[in-house]
Design a protein around this ligand. Structure first.
Ligand code: UFG
Length: 331
């Protein structure tokens, strides 16, 4: 039988794409998700338990019932802006959730843990692109909870012999190239979805947050990685641990930076639709530039992004944001 993998947050954007990648690689994803932001109809490749990760006893029970040895932990709150306004939610869900999960892993004798961390743990890095040994000084509560999560895993790993892969994502975007899964956030705050909705006339004009950053055109630069690449990065990290590889922390990014204005321009190039936009104030908690040095993941996992050109990201996501696939492909 396929080896079962517990996927917390498996009904969410990145978690659901990881479930598909796991299934294609011959694993059985066993999902727990409290559906506070996830979608039950995104769980398609294995059993589903509607369960909060903070319910440590129930989680340990699921792990034992399915004889699970390996866990991918996605369940978390993940809005930078909200974390600035409502830090308690982030400490409860992300730190409380992590501790409950780690305790369940110890109880149920889990061997390998893969954790969704973030480039937000680097804060405002001194140099770009960012290597894994860059200092981690997060500038918002979300980033702090991800950094603390990394540290908690290391402490538990040391005490109980659990192995781990901490994966620091850059900006996840795009959608399943087969169209089976989409990005669906409520509220939607991410740049690419909002810009496409605005281009389709389904949302107000886009606000460009900050035009006076020290970047080529004054707008923030991010490293956008296709969610399908990200999903395969998780499978590669799991395989690394299963093959006897050591615990590690890795960036998962494309290694390329796009400014907000460059993203809008690419949407116009690919879809032929203009993104209505206006300049607005900076959004608190936003670092000016975040781009990955992806070479360690390439070296250790053989991980390379295959779908992360901005054009493909836009083509795969466009149909879910009111822009027809045909429109996206004609360009
Ligand atoms: N932006 C706008 N207008 C918008 C939305 C976003 O100008 O309406 C800008 C932001 O200021 C930022 C860029 O577009 O410069 C990307 O913003 P997103 O909200 O799409 O993504 P973030 O970079 O803020 O956040 C993402 C993930 C987090 C992760 C973070 C790391 O959502 O989980 O990357 O920086 F931690």
């Amino acid at each position: 039988a396929d080896a079962p993998i517990l996927v917390t947050g498996g009904a969410g954007f990145i978690g659901s794409h990881a479930c598909k990648a796991l299934s294609l690689a011959g694993f059985l994803p066993v999902v727990i998700d409290n559906l506070c932001t996830g979608h039950g109809d995104s769980v398609k490749w294995g059993p589903f338990y509607e369960l909060d990760v903070r319910n440590s006893l129930a989680v340990a029970d699921v792990i034992s019932r399915h004889d699970i040895r390996h866990v991918m932990h996605f369940a978390a709150s993940a809005y930078v802006g909200e974390s600035v306004r409502n830090p308690g939610k982030y400490y409860q869900n992300n730190i409380g959730g992590m501790q409950a999960l780690l305790d369940a892993c110890v109880t149920a004798k889990v061997e390998n843990l893969i954790f969704s961390s973030s480039c937000a743990t680097y804060g405002i890095p001194e140099s770009q692109p960012i290597r894994e040994d860059s200092p981690q000084n997060p500038i918002n509560p979300y980033g702090r909870t991800k950094l603390i999560g990394e540290q908690m895993i290391r402490d538990y790993a040391h005490a109980y012999g659990i192995k781990y892969a901490t994966l620091r994502y850059f900006n996840a975007c795009g959608a399943d190239p087969d169209g089976e899964l989409a990005e669906r956030h409520d509220p939607e705050t991410h740049l690419l979805p909002l810009a496409m909705l605005a281009a389709a006339g389904l949302h107000d004009e886009l606000q460009i947050f900050g035009t006076d950053y020290a970047t080529q055109d004054g707008t923030c630069v991010r490293d956008y990685i296709h969610v399908d690449d990200l999903a395969h990065g998780h499978v590669a990290a799991l395989q690394h641990l299963l093959d006897g590889g050591a615990s590690l922390a890795l960036n998962l990014g494309s290694g390329k930076g796009h400014s907000v204005l460059q993203v809008l321009e690419e949407i116009e190039n690919v879809t032929g639709r203009k993104v209505p936009a206006r300049f607005a104030a900076r959004r608190p908690g936003d670092p000016p530039v975040l781009t990955a040095d992806p070479s360690l993941a390439a070296e250790v996992l053989g991980f390379h992004t295959l779908h992360s050109s901005m054009a493909q990201i836009i083509r795969d996501a466009a149909p879910f944001f009111g822009l027809s696939k045909k429109e996206a492909q004609n360009a």
